[in-house]
Design a protein around this ligand. Structure first.
Ligand SMILES: [Zn+2]
Length: 84
């Protein structure tokens, strides 16, 4: 009985930690690479990444603006410059 309870408690604890980290991650602003991948359809619909991006976009006007105004050409130039 005690063992079952311990296991259940651990499972619940683990689930709570996972949800907590998902919330923390979804609050972080998206980086350029994520926006590019999202726009180019690299994230499968319903996948964890895609859900994280979508839920962040729902809460963050700044990232919605960045997504709308995202400039692939500008991004490509920046990446090329960084590689030099
Ligand atoms: Zn954001």
């Amino acid at each position: 009985m005690n063992l079952v309870f311990t296991i259940l408690a651990l499972v619940a604890f683990w689930a709570a930690i996972r949800i907590f980290f998902q919330i923390v991650r979804s609050r972080q602003c998206l980086d350029d690479r994520t926006i590019r991948d999202y726009l180019s359809g690299k994230y499968q619909q319903g996948s964890e990444d895609s859900r994280r991006v979508t839920s962040h976009l729902g809460n963050c006007q700044k990232c919605r603006d960045r997504l709308t105004n995202f400039d692939f050409e500008e991004y490509a130039k920046k990446v090329l410059e960084e590689e030099d």
